[in-house]
Design a binder for this molecule. Structure first.
Ligand SMILES: [Zn+2]
Length: 428
């Protein structure tokens, strides 16, 4: 029986991180064992991160068995192949590798079908040399990938089209491609050797700045001119700094960095705001304390220094009014209830003020002390109360400076709780 022998490059994707040891295990261990059994073989094998590329000699069925064998070793490592058996080719990273009729390997550019044209815009804030350089580096990449000059020309013309779509100048594109075309492919394939930082001519000093297209292009010349001038003034400088310093550009903050946060904010327990407000609301004393300099108004607001009054009772009806605002003696613009602590019936008076709670409390206190002819002092006189028996309860803040609104709210309040008949107020 004659076995059809095909030669197919294959690519395998490893589901999990693959240590080099694993690959060599397949190459030296399982691979060898498998090779002995089936007479097909893996010619070579290379790995880039989680992608492997190898050359396999054998039938399609052989290859399937080979893949199964590899997948049986460790359940955490899964190989999949992306071989196109009809065209006898495989895509690896950005290269399509195929075998032609004569059995030679051919390479071409591979782009994923849904790739968008996202080449660097020439209008982007980059030094002009970067834009120019990017054309050349894209073209030289094609020179490396495409195995023939014809393929290179084809891919270069497609690249040119994409660059022109992004708004590159035709001359810039042509110049970059021409420069790449002049590099022989064998030369382009050589590994680029980076020059070391220090050479005989001395170290290159750099000025690192954020790139700004208004000022940065002129920077190199400014540094050079000033370097020359400094060297002429003091020749010792040139012995220390052999080369004029060069600017190096750092990327500035872009809109995306300003507008987009990659981090998702921490999950907050629901209804925090409500709870916070619940903690704050109520009538409380100011922080002057109860010492010698204590606030004169606060003793009229609560019975104890740390007490927070969350609701105020309308005594004659028993209705409780919830205090929704954060109120203390410094709160301005409010509606209040007051009563005499000594009054057994606890009849109440409602009023309003645009001033601070402390000031209004002081006015009532003064009226009681001076026995003025007003509803509140008259009531205190009748029920036997002194200034210290005054109890103030500012039940709500009025969040507007308009006195008419406040007066209207006061009238509604007096009416609602019927304080003319059941309270101390004498007018509605
Ligand atoms: Zn106070």
């Amino acid at each position: 029986m004659v076995e059809e022998v095909i030669e197919a490059p294959f690519q395998s994707l490893l589901g999990h991180s693959c240590k080099i040891g694993n690959v060599s295990y397949f190459r030296e261990g399982k691979g060898r064992e498998w090779r002995k059994r089936d007479r097909a073989e893996v010619d070579w094998w290379h790995r880039f991160r989680d992608d492997c590329l190898g050359l396999f000699r054998g039938t399609q069925a052989d290859f399937r068995v080979f893949l199964e064998t590899m997948n049986s070793v460790d359940p955490a490592i899964k190989f999949t192949s992306e071989v196109d058996f009809e065209k006898n080719c495989v895509n690896f990273l950005d290269v399509t590798i195929s075998i032609d009729d004569q059995g030679f390997l051919r390479t071409d550019l591979y782009t994923k079908p849904n790739t968008l044209n996202q080449l660097l815009l020439p209008t982007s804030a980059h030094p002009p040399s970067v834009t120019r350089g990017s054309v050349y580096s894209l073209a030289i990449r094609l020179r490396r990938i495409c195995c023939t000059d014809e393929l290179f020309e084809l891919r270069a013309s497609q690249l040119k089209q994409r660059l022109l779509e992004r708004g590159y100048a035709t001359e810039t594109v042509d110049a970059g491609i021409r420069k790449a075309r002049e590099v022989p492919r064998q030369e382009a394939l050589k590994k680029v050797e980076r020059k070391g930082g220090e050479s005989d001519e001395g170290r290159q000093h750099r000025l690192i700045v954020e790139y700004d297209r208004r000022s940065s292009p002129a920077l190199a010349q400014i540094l050079k001119n000033n370097f020359e001038a400094s060297c002429n003034r003091d020749t010792r400088l040139r012995t220390l700094f052999k080369k004029p310093p060069k600017p190096t550009f750092r990327k500035g903050t872009n809109l995306k960095q300003m507008l987009v946060k990659a981090k998702i904010p921490k999950a907050k327990p629901a209804n925090t705001r409500g709870r916070e407000r619940e903690n704050r609301r109520g009538i409380s004393r100011c922080n002057k304390g109860t010492g010698r300099n204590q606030c004169r108004a606060c003793t009229h607001l609560t019975d104890h220094p740390r007490e927070v009054i969350k609701e105020v009772t309308v005594f004659h009806s028993g209705e409780k009014i919830r205090v929704e605002d954060q109120i203390n003696c410094q709160t301005k613009s409010f509606i209040y209830l007051l009563w005499n602590r000594k009054d057994p019936n606890k009849r109440q008076y409602a009023g309003q003020s645009g001033a601070e709670v402390a000031k209004r409390t002081g006015q009532h206190g003064y009226d009681i002390e001076s026995q003025a002819d007003k509803p509140v002092p008259n009531h205190f006189r009748a029920t036997g109360g002194e200034r210290e028996d005054l109890r103030m309860a500012p039940v709500m803040r009025v969040k507007t400076n308009n006195p008419w609104v406040r007066l209207h709210l006061e009238r509604l309040f007096i009416n609602k709780h019927n304080l003319v008949e059941d309270g101390i107020n004498n007018v509605l």
